[in-house]
Structure formats: C-alpha cells, structure tokens
Design a protein around this ligand. Sequence first.
Ligand code: 13P
Ligand code: 13P
Ligand code: MG
Ligand code: MG
Ligand code: MG
Length: 370
Amino acid sequence: EKITISVIKADIGGWPGHHKVHPALIEKANELLAKSKEEGTIIDFHVTYCGDDLQLIMTHKKGVDSEEIHGLAWDTFKEATEIAKELGLYGAGQDLLKDAFSGNIRGMGPGVAEMEITLRRSEPIVTFHMDKTEPGAFNLPIFRMFADPFNTAGLVIDPHMHMGFRFEVWDIMEHKRVILNSPEELYDLLALIGAKSRYVIKHVFPKEGHAIPSDEPVAVISTEKLFEIAGEYVGKDDPVAIVRAQSGLPALGEVLEPFAFPHLVSGWMRGSHNGPIIPVPLKYATPSRFDGPPRVIALGWQINKNGRLIGPVDLFDDVAFDDARRKALEITDYMRRHGPFEPHRLPLEEMEYTTLPGILEKLKDRFEEL
Ligand code: 13P
Ligand code: 13P
Ligand code: MG
Ligand code: MG
Ligand code: MG
C-alpha cells in the first residue's frame, strides 16, 4: 500500500517584514491539521517555518495532487492569513495569489513537493525548506546527492545504486520537461541545470532494476515560480524538497553533504540578489542581515509502517556544519561589498519582474543617440 508525503508551504505574512513566521500562525495551522488528522483525512503532520514561510508537512493516502489535501492546505493558509491580518503582519496573504480554490493548489502561489511511495521496511526521509531563494537553488545539491561520486560514495561502491538515476528537469519558462539519465547524459544534464533560473530539477527517479519501482520518485522539489502567476515580483518562490535516503539511495550523510558547500543562490533582498545559502538549525532559520542571507533547514524523519512521521530531527544542528556557516558569512561580507553591482545584484533579465523596470522607464527619455 502506498502513502503520500506532501510538503506545502506559503508565505502568508512576515513578522516583522520578511523575517519569520509568527507563532500564532503555526498554532492555527496545528489546530486545523490536528482536526483533519482526527477526521482521518491525513495520517500525520508537522507544522514548522523557515524564515517567513509557513511549512505544512503531511502524510496521507490520497496520492499527489489530491483535491482534498490541497484544499486542506489552502484553507489552512486562508485561515492563518486572517490571523496575519489581525496581527498586521507584513504581506499578509502574500503567496495566496488566487481568490478561489479550484481543485489544485499548484499555480495558486504556495509551493508544493509531494511523492507517493511504497514504504520500504525502513523509510528515512529528509525534508528541506529554504527561504530567500528560488527552486533552482536545489539543482546543485540534488545533483551532488544523486549524480556526483565525489559527494556520494554509494554511486561507486554500492551495487544497488551503481547504475545511477534519472533526472526530470523542467524548463519553467517554456513549460516543458525532459528526463535525462545519469551518468550516461551527465554533461547534458549539467548543461541544463547549471542555468538554475530556468531549468529546475523536479524529480529524481530510480532506473529499471532498482529495488524501488522506477515510477516512484526518490526526490521531489517544488518548482512554482511566483512571478509567472502574479506577473510581477511578489516575493520569491522559496522552495522545499523531499529526499528519500539509504538502502540503494544516498545515505543520510550523503544527502546532507552537498550543504557543506554554501553555494551561491538568487533570491536574497527583494528577490534581487545572489548570496550564499547557509545550512542552519531551525532556531537560526531567521534571515535578518540584508533580509538574509538565504537559509536552508533539513528535517530528518523515519516514516513508520502506518505512515506516521517520526521526527523531526534538526539535522543541520551539528558542529560539522559550522565551517560551512563560517564560510557563508565570509561570502556574505564579500558579496555585500558589491552593493548594487552585479553579480551581487541579479542580471537584468532576472530583474525584469522586480521594481527595477520602473526606474529604467523614468530614465528612458534622457538617452540620446550616439
Ligand atoms: P553504521 O555502521 O553506523 O550503521 O553506519 C553504516 C553506514 O554505512 C553509514 O553510512
Ligand atoms: P520572501 O520571498 O521570503 O517573502 O522575501 C522577500 C524579499 O524580497 C525580502 O527582501
Ligand atoms: Mg515574505
Ligand atoms: Mg520567504
Ligand atoms: Mg522569497
């Protein structure tokens, strides 16, 4: 029997500014999801935050894209938004871009990562939650986990994963997808996902012959692009991901290892700047300096045979990531000293959906022919 893990998140108001989620919103979400658990709609849940994004982690038996589950998430965000309004939180309802729910929460503002899986005898998973960045921020770490033997020793030494994996990549501008095989098409894969603002890894699948059925994802990333829905900048699409670990998949430590390198991502300050992503424990998922720098938390879970979520374990709450944090802070200073200059500020093409075009428009008539 299969169970589904759904991580659905939205920024429905920051406290203060874009800093973090107010506890009253978490309390409201807990109350509503507890009711749904009692009624049997969901098996289990956990509510948390990363920066100003409210995170709903749920297990259930209704499959991906379930109207009932998406509706539950939507109603939860809506009700919590009422509290955000009462408290006068910043950008109350920021990510709820449509008025009425029509069956599926995708394309309505919230970010969604879901996978329906056949539980293994033991099912370790990690949910990753990022703030002040965009879905492409997962390209590098997911690639490292499932395709880079210098990260994942198992690709070399474990016969159960030596055949590699399949990557489903979305072109989020053209609304197309392609599946590429690793390691055979490694360079093609990198040609795409290196352009992380456009090509985004959506799923990783096992290959034929793996113990896990080849149509069951082993990783899934939210790929919603808010500007495409809203047509303008409304806060960036702070993404989430679910990754399964062990037994023919990367070990837990191989899943976490990519974050020992605080790579540069976009989405910092007004969604318009590049900066390093810092792996932090939950208590530091509170972007402050220049509204950042970008954060990622990793929550570890075992899913038991009934679909219950045994966790969370705050996986970056470990001294082994201190150097990554220190390095990230050094890079933070270095990037900040560029002020309004690229490549700290994003290139023009990516500024198209920000407030910058308004400034350029004002200067338009001042230009004369050379
Ligand atoms: P243990 O010996 O602690 O179970 O670890 C096994 C392992 O391979 C970890 O990567
Ligand atoms: P959020 O996307 O987390 O709301 O942040 C928006 C922003 O631009 C902060 O400077
Ligand atoms: Mg915000
Ligand atoms: Mg956010
Ligand atoms: Mg954002």
